[in-house]
Design a binder for this molecule. Sequence first.
Ligand code: NAD
Length: 423
Amino acid sequence: MSETLLREETSAWEAALFQLEEAADVLGLDQGMRDLLASPKRVLTVAVPVRRDDGRLEVFTGYRVHHNVTRGPAKGGIRYHPMVSLDEIKALAMWMTWKCAVVGIPFGGAKGGVVVDPTTLSRGELERLTRRYAAELLPIIGPEKDIPAPDVNTDDQVMAWIMDTFSVNQGYSVPGIVTGKPIAIGGSEGRRGATALGVMYCLFMALRERGLQPSDVTVAIQGYGKVGSAVALFLHDAGCKVVAVSDVRGGVHNARGLNPQALSRHRRATGSPTVSTYPGADRISNEELVGLDVDVFIPAALEGVIRGDNVDQVKASIMVEAANGPTTPAADKVLNDRGCLVVPDVLANAGGVTVSYFEWVQDIQAYFWSEDQVGQRMRRVMERAYEEVSAFAQERGLSMRQAAQVIGIGRVADAHATRGLFP
Ligand code: NAD
């Protein structure tokens, strides 16, 4: 695994603070407001004791960070990964705050994580870890306080266990406590593919700006999880040529184009945990995937994968950040100087939190929408946000990332100024 390599250089937290400073300069924010926006409102570290199947007791560390709740309840995913750190969770929570503001949904930003490699847990251990972690978060989560969702290595089943744990403690069902949960317990139609669809809409908007059609472009996707695999499928169906995909164990490349459906069938049939065993293509490493001669690169894995030391290999002229924080500030500058159109994470992957917002609204109203209604409303939100960011970028001579950050951070700063300071 090349995770250490992929995550060196600028940390996610340093990158998030750098972006905040840059936007604060454009907005002319005073030092007090900068300090307020740079500070997470609430940080909780919990011990998560878990009984392993062999009878041993093992204690894991979990975090939940509320970065800012000035515009609404805290919202953000829960990640299970051995490299989770408090700084990473703080950065991801901050990006959630700006993301919700960029697409104009009434949430603040949160993130959570447990330092664990979930592939080493049995299903029973995963459930006990999830339930105990959720129980430790009880004082700070709730439909009006903080609504978790899936992120790296967590899914709808994990959300169902959190919903059940919270509900059992309340004494009644509380579907609005999490989003991204199964439809059977109050999940929303269209949530599963929402992040990937939002990524696709952003790519289409970017292609339109450059006078291109989906069928004109080749695409490489790093990360083949919930988001990356769905992006591959949607883009393939829309006529793009997806030539390479990868996961943590490596990737595959076929210049004539991959068929994501055949790839998924192969994985199901063989039980392979990785795309890299797919026989219909050449094996490549994650490093090779980054340097492929493609038109579009879509990072859909972890932070800090495009850095100062590998950005020169990137040949794509459009990058749509499905992952959070995949590009370090140093690499971002190189890409912008080179004319690469980077659609930033806080815009590109906001389709997920947008439909999470719809799910929360449906749960609270106990009134559910059709997949078409969800899809159309999400598309409108994403296209409007893209247009707003793009127009602002052009008007002010900013990159798409700078424009999105300025819009998002400006809205949060405005909310603070309007509410005033207690006491
Ligand atoms: P996931 O756990 O379903 O998938 C992650 C994928 O990345 C897996 O294929 C894994 O093998 C791969 N991966 C992990 N480390 C890698 C590495 N070092 N190199 C290459 N591939 C690697 O997670 P996900 O939910 O698809 O999330 C992916 C990214 O999208 C994350 O940055 C997440 O924060 C972001 N995101 C997810 C959602 C969502 O709705 N799930 C919403 C917004 C943003």
